[in-house]
Write a protein that binds this ligand. Structure first.
Ligand code: 1HE
Length: 268
């Protein structure tokens, strides 16, 4: 049977990835700490397999890294061997996989600590919610290594921190620490070392209680509306809003509030 129809997480993953279920949240761990979770081809294809085959029972994913670092980015060992055509193919492969994360089936929360650099930052920026521990730092060493981002970083990262800031990071090789990253929007939540995973799981569990239709609209429609022209945006927004409101669960939730059975919106 198609794995996506069962309740089981994909099993045929490389050793560099490990998974477990926590309720209806899937935990996906970059498990190559001896290489600082550097992303080799096997790992990237494993990510693709995982997100492609996610069973319907999974409502959200938490992505984190084993060891002292989230990810050291592209496995530089593989880079030296490629010719031009192979390099294009490689970069397009990363685009395909990271698109599958960003525009996939469910929201993804990443938990960042230690080095979040190069392709590791590109991967983090393809996730929807980012929790950083205070040990996290961000860099784009591609500039100083004589290469360029290739995993969609030049498309996603400027949308978060601006073109100018990304340009400066790449030109000078500067890194930002966790506090700066939080101020810039690289993370949404900043927590003490060791607390990231619990925070990520707590957020994912909350996300998982949203209706599937609303989560679909938030991750699929919102970014596309935001990037379309105003007239198309307003039209699409009306259609998506009507679609979500028409669901039985939405009606039940609104009724629950009006009957004073649902929580109020209070300060965190
Ligand atoms: C690696 C990689 C890697 C570590 N590829 N093998 N990314 C970078 O330029 C970052 C490169 N890495 C580092 O700067 C450091 O390794 C860290 C700051 C992340 C961690 O430092 P540290 O002292 O904890 O570990 P280490 O001793 O440097 O590395 C441990 C091992 O991991 C070592 O291998 P070993 O066999 O000698 O033990 C390292 O060689 C290995 N390792 N990082 C391969 N990246 C789609 S385009 C994306 C383009 C990019 O991502 S470019 C940015 C690449």
């Amino acid at each position: 049977m198609d794995a996506a129809r069962t309740k089981d997480l994909p099993r045929n993953l490389p050793a560099s990835l490990s998974t477990e279920m926590r309720g209806d949240v899937a935990l996906l761990r970059l498990s190559r700490p001896q290489k600082r979770n550097a992303l080799d081809d096997e790992t990237v294809l494993g990510l693709e397999n995982f997100f492609q085959e996610l069973p319907a029972a999974v409502k959200a994913v938490v992505l984190h890294g084993e060891g002292d670092h989230f990810s050291a980015g592209l496995d530089l060992n593989e880079l030296t061997e490629r010719d031009f055509a192979e390099a294009v193919d490689h970069s397009r492969g990363w685009h395909r996989v990271f698109e599958l994360i960003e525009f996939g089936k469910v929201p993804v929360v990443s938990v960042l600590h230690g080095a979040v650099v190069g392709g590791g930052l590109e991967l983090a920026c393809a996730t929807h919610v980012r929790v950083a521990e205070k040990s996290a730092y961000y860099g784009l060493p591609e500039g100083t290594r004589g290469i360029f981002v290739g995993g969609g970083g030049s498309v996603r990262i400027p949308r978060i921190i601006g073109i100018s800031r990304m340009m400066e990071m790449m030109l000078t090789g500067r890194t930002y620490g966790a506090e700066d990253g939080q101020a810039l929007g690289l993370s949404h939540h900043l927590v003490e070392p060791g607390e990231g995973l619990n925070k990520g799981l707590e957020l994912a569990a909350k996300i998982a209680t949203n209706t599937s239709l609303t989560n679909f609209a938030i991750i699929q429609a919102l970014p596309r509306i935001a990037e379309s022209d105003r007239a198309s945006g307003y039209l699409t927004e009306s259609l998506v809003a009507s679609l979500t409101q028409s669901g039985g669960e939405a009606k039940a939730r609104l009724k629950a509030f009006l009957e004073k059975r649902a929580p109020k919106v209070t300060r965190d």
